[in-house]
Design a protein around this ligand. Structure first.
Ligand SMILES: [Zn+2]
Length: 342
């Protein structure tokens, strides 16, 4: 070690003891404490997913707000913004995927706090932004976009310069609290399984092998399957619906799942890209899709006169047909949909 002149050494000691003994005001702002069990790998950078629906504040948004409050104290953090009436949904705030952290860029302490957090977020190729599912951040006239990460911070051209708050928008995975910060898993399908309850979920424990699905990554569990694409996110099928979907190859008719299984009066259901599978104890699990599903949905789904489906759609006498508890529905290119009840 290079020898310091005596005066400089004394000064260094004085500065050091000042750092050690002075109150927190002059200390650097803290950074969020990483949860135990984070994998070494990080999640992919979030793609751009604009807001399309109105929704309440989502779990990952709430968790991130709590993480900021825990780390930095009681600053005001807003998450919810009501959807515009008669206007387009145009903000992740409307979809419950954004928060505003009220800091003043003109206040040195606030500015240092924001800088410390944002440096932490974007260090190491944006490792923590990836782990949290941050899609973009706006602060003090600049914006960082995960989907333009190579450009780094860019001037922000929007009407509000964001000098009074840090805006954070999350990806759908991040907002679902299904990124590795929250689940300890970087694989989206596996993270969804963790979020559903892992080994205690309806899916049970992981198993090897299982069928492949075109364009989707799939993970098999004892009692079901989680399928993931960027468009559909990670969604699960299980139980009788999952068995029908996988064993009868229903993906060709209805596509990939866009919901997990959910309860309906008298049974269970899953929605898919182009159709649905409905199950009840008496009817078993059957798919309904296309124009026949539209007609069935228009008549009240399983709660209407047709009730639950009792067959998959198939060709009977030259027309497409689905049977239901209360009748049947046919479709042909020439005649369109006919509903037969009673
Ligand atoms: Zn905002």
């Amino acid at each position: 070690m290079r020898r310091l002149p005596l005066a400089a050494a004394a000064l260094a000691t004085a500065v050091l003891s000042a750092l050690v003994t002075s109150p927190a005001a002059s200390a650097a702002a803290p950074v969020p404490r990483a949860p135990a069990g984070l994998p070494a790998a990080v999640d992919d950078l979030a793609a751009y997913e604009g807001a399309t629906t109105c929704a309440d504040v989502q779990p990952g948004t709430r968790e991130l707000r709590d993480l900021l409050l825990t780390t930095y104290g009681r600053q005001v953090i807003g998450t919810h913004r009501a959807c515009p009436v008669g206007a387009a949904v145009d903000s992740e705030h409307h979809e419950g995927r954004a928060l505003d952290w009220m800091l003043d860029a003109g206040d040195p302490t606030d500015a240092a706090t924001a800088r410390t957090f944002l440096d932490w977020l974007l260090a190491d190729d944006a490792a923590n932004a990836r782990r949290l599912g941050v899609m973009y951040v706006i602060w003090d006239g600049r914006v960082w976009k995960s989907y333009r990460a190579a450009q780094g911070w860019q001037p922000y051209a929007g009407p509000n310069p964001h000098t009074d708050h840090v805006h954070v928008s999350l990806s759908r995975r991040g907002a679902a609290a299904e990124t590795s910060w929250w689940t300890g898993r970087t694989d989206p399908a596996e993270a969804h399984w963790v979020a559903l309850g892992g080994t205690r979920s309806a899916l049970g424990d992981p198993v090897a092998g299982g069928p492949r699905f075109a364009g989707a990554s799939a993970r098999r569990y004892e009692n079901g399957t989680v399928l993931w694409t960027r468009d559909t996110q990670a969604r699960a099928v299980w139980g009788a619906i999952g068995a029908a979907y996988v064993q009868r190859g229903l993906a060709s008719a209805v596509g990939l799942p866009v919901t997990d299984e959910f309860g309906v009066p008298g049974g269970r259901a899953n929605h898919f890209q182009r159709g649905s599978v409905y199950w009840s104890p008496r009817t078993g699990a059957h798919e309904v899709h296309g124009a026949i599903r539209d007609a069935w949905a228009a008549r009240g789904w399983e709660s209407g006169r047709l009730g639950f489906p009792t067959s998959d759609e198939r060709t009977v006498g030259g027309v497409r047909r689905s049977d239901f508890q209360g009748g049947y529905v046919t479709w042909s290119a020439g005649r369109g949909v006919s509903v037969h009840t009673g």
